[in-house]
Design a binder for this molecule. Structure first.
Ligand code: SPD
Length: 276
């Protein structure tokens, strides 16, 4: 045990700190600073450019909530695309659905994938699934240029809008997603804290509405992000994300720690101040 504390700081008003037991990786990749360490209470933790990304103890809230609302309500889920998600948690949840025939994952930073494979095997448990097609490359270029069969579901598992993730919040990127998404498809993304990053959250909603037509934000806990209240959003050309396909949800509930149909329905309730 060291006396080191690791802090993520939000502008000049809030810090979230963890006691570090042991450092595992500290390196600068071509794109960002990668840090992996063991922390009291949270297990192994990944931070990029000083921002917590995932921890063994609580990652299931975030990954299950990013993936299963879309996977249990999209009309089809045969082909999935994951942009980002270098720790492997999002692809793992997607591949729990047996209807998925192919999951293409496009992650920009090979070093994040390598470090997570080495140090976070409890999170990335699907790296060897033959349905996973992992490509190291730029997700923005992929959605703009790839010559691909359309996807039924797309997941954006990026970081906050700093560093290599900045372009993942632009209208141009969302338009690229519509290019590779089937007409009946659903785009699900993490959309920041509705409390601590309210401006970004609202901007994401407005931009998605312009591009897709229908947007449904939903809310839940993410203990190590911001203030702990997080949002995700489903965007589509008119798919109702609360119309749950029971057979799919029933099956996934037996394998999930947080997600179930009651949580799913409740998560789409929009609090009054955000509704306004
Ligand atoms: N504030 C950090 C938000 C990070 C969202 N993505 C995390 C990646 C987990 N797979």
């Amino acid at each position: 045990m060291t006396n080191e504390w690791y802090y993520e700081q939000f502008e000049n008003h809030t810090r979230l700190g963890m006691r570090v037991r042991r450092r595992l990786v500290t390196e600068q990749s071509e794109f960002q600073k990668i840090e992996l360490f063991e922390a009291e209470r949270y297990g192994r933790v990944l931070a990029l450019d000083g921002v917590y990304q995932t921890s063994e103890a609580e990652e299931y809230f975030y990954h299950e909530m990013l993936v299963h609302p879309a996977m249990t309500s999209a009309p089809r889920i045969r082909r999935a695309l994951v942009i980002g998600g270098g720790d492997g948690g999002t692809a793992r949840e997607v591949l729990k659905h047996p209807e998925v025939e192919q999951c293409v994952m496009v992650e920009i930073d090979a070093r994040v994938v390598e470090a997570c494979k080495a140090h976070l095997p409890a999170i990335g448990t699907a790296w060897d699934d033959p349905r996973l097609d992992l490509r190291i490359g730029d997700g923005i270029a992929f959605v703009k240029e790839a010559d691909t069969e359309p996807f039924d579901v797309i997941f954006l598992d990026g970081s906050d809008p700093i560093g290599p993730s900045t372009g993942l919040y632009d209208e141009a990127f969302y338009r690229g997603c519509t290019r590779v998404l089937a007409p009946h498809g659903v785009f699900a993304l993490q959309s920041e804290s509705p409390f601590l990053m309210r401006g970004i959250f609202l901007r994401i909603q407005e931009t998605l509405r312009r591009v897709f037509g229908r947007v449904d934000p939903y809310f839940g806990p993410a203990p190590i992000y911001g203030c702990g209240i997080w949002s995700w959003t489903c965007a589509s050309r008119g798919i109702d994300p609360t119309a749950i396909v029971d057979a799919r949800a029933e099956r996934i509930e037996t394998q999930s720690r947080y997600y179930n149909r009651d949580v799913h329905r409740g998560a789409f309730a929009v609090p009054n101040d955000l509704r306004r």
